[in-house]
Design a protein around this ligand. Structure first.
Ligand code: HEC
Ligand code: HEC
Length: 154
């Protein structure tokens, strides 16, 4: 039973092009204005809807910063992020207790893609934090994480 349902899904997944990793940034003025000043605009596709709702419900205590914005904008940006949030590829972005993760850098998918990077590398002065995507992905702000554009700074 399980196999009969799962097999067509698997075949569709295998038929997708190898460069299906498209994180191009959908246009949204409010998101770019409010969410790309302290760091780059993270791709909405990298967290699931529950995670974005949780991020957007906690802006006054946002990773040690106060990132609060007016309520109308907060709702509009939440709707935008939820509409473009990750699907099957991104997976469920919750922790083991079922709480939505607030960080892309804590998701299983991020972990899997960055397994080869040593802990000491993340701490280099030129990098500082795994959340500093642009340190290594020169074109990250444009949603391009292609291997060809990766350069790990010394
Ligand atoms: C006042 C500065 C500021 C603003 C404005 C801001 N952030 Fe952040 N954000 C931070 C800081 C600081 C971090 C933690 C960065 C780190 O760990 O290196 C962060 C981290 C994040 C992360 C987690 C990154 C990771 O580790 O995967 C997400 C997601 C995020 N912000 C989303 C948003 C969204 C959405 C908005 C707009 C509503 C926003 N941020 C606006 C300061 C800000
Ligand atoms: C220390 C440098 C570094 C930082 C910082 C970094 N990455 Fe990466 N990332 C890499 C490397 C290296 C790879 C390629 C791994 C491989 O191909 O084995 C990679 C791979 C990826 C891939 C897969 C690309 C593909 O074609 O399969 C994605 C998506 C990605 N990173 C997203 C991010 C995001 C989002 C951030 C920030 C939240 C980030 N990375 C931060 C170094 C980094």
């Amino acid at each position: 039973m399980t196999i009969r349902i799962a097999l067509p899904v698997l075949l569709v997944a295998l038929a997708l092009p190898a460069h299906a990793d498209n994180y191009s940034l959908p246009k949204n003025a409010a998101f770019e204005e409010e969410c790309a000043s302290c760091h780059m605009a993270y791709p909405p596709q990298m967290l699931d809807a529950n995670s974005w709702r949780a991020v957007m419900n906690g802006l006054s205590k946002h990773f040690g910063s106060d990132a609060s914005i007016d309520e109308k904008r907060r709702i509009a940006i939440t709707d935008f992020l939820v509409a473009h949030s990750g699907g099957r590829k991104t997976g469920d972005t919750r922790d083991a207790q079922g709480k939505p993760l607030l960080r892309i850098t804590e998701t299983a998918r991020f972990d899997k893609k960055h397994r080869e990077i040593a802990a000491a590398t993340w701490q280099r002065a030129s990098i500082k934090s795994p959340a500093n995507c642009t340190a290594c992905h020169a074109q990250a702000a444009a949603g391009d994480y292609n291997e060809r554009s990766i350069r790990i700074p010394k």
